[in-house]
Design a protein around this ligand. Sequence first.
Ligand code: TRP
Length: 335
Amino acid sequence: MPTTKKRILTGDRPTGKLHLGHYAGSLANRVSLQDVYDTFIMVADVQALTDNFNHPEFVRQHVREVVMDNLAVGIDPSRATLFIQSLVPEIAELTVFFSNLVTLQRLQRNPTVKTEIQEKGRLFKGGKVTYGFLGYPISQAADILFCRAHLVPVGEDQLPMIEQTREIAEKFNAIYGDVFPLPEAKMSSLGRLAGLDGRKMSKSMNNAIYLSDDPAAVQDKIKTARTDSGSEIKFDPEQKPEIANLMTYYKLVTGMDMKAIEQDFANIKSYATFKEQLAKAISAFLAPIQEKRKEYEKDPARVDDILRAGTARALQEAKTTMALVREKMKIDYFI
Ligand code: TRP
């Protein structure tokens, strides 16, 4: 169906279930934007393989999980296009053409890649890094540009990727002729949600609350989260970083502002009570998400159908873009 709406592309690596950090950083934004934008959501299995090439079954196993997480938070498959990256080979083709436009030095400077190489020291021993991993920002630019997306809802950590995508689009357009819009990042208005220990919320750091955590798991995680000295529930990130962090969770799941939260707990002055309430509020927030997820868990064929239809739509867009690219790059032989 042709559409005049502007386009969104965003995606998730299928390396684990999604957590509240994903929700705050990107999922909530996607859901609210899917009415206004023609929305493409990619399961980035090719990107996941850049640092999981040695256990492909792990990547495969998580493909349906991330799709179900998206559906559970309210992505509507009749409006949004959910698809699998590796089934759109045009993305890999674009990656090859784009790789001529990016220097090694530029890739080595990408802050997200730099941090990840450090974090994945075990995989990239002695700072040695694969060509595929170092180059994944180019592949991510192809993810975004294959459907000529205008907007990319992402968390803060992805900003350098969007910056690099814009550089690639700009360079392509300047050399070969206009094909690509310069995509913009769309940051979440909910703000960054840190992990239970204050670091980035991440599966690998064991500090995440998953969208699929049951009330017992949530309670356990909140109970054992660190607190500060004192007993007052006050939002003071300098003096009380741990409590301030937990208060951002409370804010996210209740939609209340900090002042209202402080007022509600003004007479309580007990971290334990606050934590109990917080755990309850998180589980209340997650309950409808989990209910919806269960429907899909019971019906994997439906999830596959959604992916199949979405991938067909993505392929169509990819073909349209590639025709333009081939023409501009003068490789449109025999057509
Ligand atoms: N790099 C993103 C992440 O780790 C996932 C991703 C892959 C993505 N391709 C994308 C995000 C394109 C936005 C646009 O979360």
